[in-house]
Design a protein around this ligand. Structure first.
Ligand SMILES: [Zn+2]
Length: 155
């Protein structure tokens, strides 16, 4: 989402309404909003005002996220639900690793693989499961190393 994407939508509406393309993006947006709320349009096509509002609210959210991005932290470990350890996405047609499966987004942890979310008390349960998985993995590795050492001993 950038300025040109917003301008493109606003311009398209302005041309639809006035048949012309003139004025700043702000002036065109005001024309669109005034037109959508005008009594004749609002009465016969009430969805136009809603559409205009939905577009504007979406842009406000994206601008806010650009100016004040939500801090995203990665949480190593396997998702207790889907067991994924990594998250993948399609980037320019290629399957690309985008990080650990579980990400911390504000006060919520989310598995980017299966979509499971943890918040509030569930975050403590997630932490406990991840710690237990670490302990289990360490114990398994120690047991395997012990087994390997035993096999090296002369019979
Ligand atoms: Zn998952």
């Amino acid at each position: 989402m950038d300025y040109r994407a917003i301008q493109s939508v606003v311009q398209e509406w302005h041309v639809h309404i006035t048949g012309q393309n003139y004025g700043s993006i702000e002036q065109q947006l005001l024309t669109w909003a005034a037109w959508a709320q005008s009594p004749s349009i609002a009465t016969h096509e009430p969805t136009h005002a809603d559409d205009c509002m939905v577009w504007c609210q979406g842009w406000v959210e994206k601008i806010k996220n650009t100016l004040h991005p939500i801090r995203k932290g990665e949480i190593p470990g396997a998702c207790p639900e889907c067991h994924a350890t990594e998250a993948w996405d399609n980037v320019d047609g290629e399957r690309t690793r985008i990080g650990h499966a579980i990400a911390a987004l504000g006060g919520v942890a989310k598995c980017l693989n299966c979509g499971t979310q943890w918040q509030g008390k569930d975050l403590h349960a997630l932490a406990a499961k991840l710690r237990q998985a670490e302990v289990d993995a360490a114990a398994k590795a120690a047991a395997m190393e012990n087994e390997r050492q035993l096999q090296l001993l002369p019979a």
